[in-house]
Design a protein around this ligand. Sequence first.
Ligand code: HEM
Length: 154
Amino acid sequence: MNKPLPDLNDRNDIIRLVDGFYERIRRDEKLGPVFEEIAQVDWETHLPKMYDFWDTVMFRSGTFRGDPIAAHKKLGPLTDMSQATFDHRLDLFRATVNELFAGEKAEHIVRCAEDMANVLYSKVNNVPQPRFDPANLTDEQRSRYEAYKKGNSG
Ligand code: HEM
């Protein structure tokens, strides 16, 4: 029997996950060139930024400083930011998580990645969030959402 995988428990685990994910990204024939050629990412800056991003999302480290919506909007005119590209990126992320970890936090980080992909896709492409369905809201959430749409979110 294989040893059971550990859950994702701390920043060191985030570092292993992010490093493994970007190894896959760099080898990927669709996404590799987006980072290497289009954005010409400086990995020594990008990787620690992503450690901080996920450490903040998962463990509230508060260390992330950035503007993901602006960063991805910039990419919109330069490369294919379709649903298929987001789904492909999510597949690589899920595969990396499942290779290294198993448990509640491992499942949670995948859900966070899915939510973030949904938000970024809609901002980059200027469309409503494809997986947001107002029919699933509670009455209280629906009235807040109506108020927000009228520009009265206070
Ligand atoms: C197919 C979809 C995506 C592509 C091609 C992509 C590509 C990139 C690239 C090239 C950068 C570097 C931008 C730069 O430094 O100029 C970047 C930054 C970043 N990406 Fe993505 N990304 C995608 C989706 C996502 C998703 C779903 C997440 C979150 C779960 C995410 C999180 C981030 C964060 C946090 C940064 C740093 C932003 C900043 O500098 O403030 N990306 N992405």
